[in-house]
Ligand binder design. Sequence first.
Ligand SMILES: [Zn+2]
Length: 448
Amino acid sequence: MGEVESRGNKKHASLLADSLSLLLKITNGDYMTDNKLMNEPDPQWQQRYCLSCHSPMNYNLSLCEVCAPWTLPEKTQNPEARGGLEQITMIEFLNDDNYQDLILRGMPDNDDSWRVLISSIITLAVGGSESPLHEQFLNDTDELLNHITRMQDRINEYTDKLSRNENLALSYYSHFVDLDVSHILDDDSDHIVQFEIKNQSVIFRVFRLKGGNVPSHAYRFPKPTTLYSDYYAEIVSINGYNVSFDYKDLEGCAEMIIMLDICNKDIDEKVEFLNRKYCEIIDNLHSHQMLSYESLRFLPNSVAILTEIDGIINGKYGDLVRDLLLCSLYVFENWKWVQNVRDSPRTRSFQFLRRIVSDLESKVVPYGKGLEVTSITGNCYQVCRLYPRTEQSLPQVFWTVLDVGIDDNVCLEVEKEHGLPMGDILGVIILSLYDDLESSQLLHTLNI
Ligand SMILES: [Zn+2]
């Protein structure tokens, strides 16, 4: 860039800073919290608010059309809004200090973390220790999770040894050119783990993964694993009876042990009962339509904890507990962009941007990838989102400006942009493009 242009940019930037502070004075903050100044929503929709700028919208999406391109981390569809809430809005959930621990927890990935999430929600909403239902759930699942952990430990310990031995054998013979692994390693049928839990004798078999898929009911080893190869474990028998679960072997076996502790017979019937119960609850949860496809992929494995989730969705603990569960899952699934809208200065900056878009009426319109500006002199510019190359890094310049008339990019920089929230920078860019007659005297790349 030439020296003249460089100086031009500096003047331009200070002009922009003036226009920014003027606008902030004019708008004196009132509109920041008063959504009524924005467009009134269509009453046929349940009231929706953009999660980025909090303005009302008349469509069933999470972000308004001004905010969406600048809030989503990549070119993805504007997500649907969280529906079915009775007691709180998503905005309240995201901004209430009480819920910050829930928000940062992340999607539960096993039965133990599901139990912790459920328990935290109930404690927040209805005071956990005062709810007999919650107490009962904690008691019921305490033993279950203990059994699961004990079995995991036994199987993990066995497999760790097995993995070391196999790795040693393989490395010893590795200089043989035509090495047939099956000649060196034992057959999988020999890899039996047997242990007792609460006087019930349990047998699992460990398999080394040789291509192909792991059966869906098998136990897979937790990541990151220290094992040399991939292994999985399948249940063989309980008290000498061969059993097979339609859901997960580990959780099924733990639930069986609890049932057998009460009545130590009819193993086949009990397995069938658990398998049927599991299918019923999964069908129920799919039919609620409140849980998204993504949430359904991360459901817990045990019948006991699935039953509790089903109960919560059906209002067992009231509307607030159900709302908090639905909001939490929504946040976990959409974390990539939801984390962007939890910052108050950013929210205010997008309220500022929306105000500019609203004031300039037809001269600034959202067009999917960003905003299209028709200037005082009749030029048309498109301010388009430049997406970050990696998830972590927001590029210093997150926009491009196209002069539609000459189909060429305009070099437009905002000095001292560092630290300014995104919406403020965009507001400044929109204002200077709109008033391009004035800006062009200072910014030579604008084509006037
Ligand atoms: Zn918005």
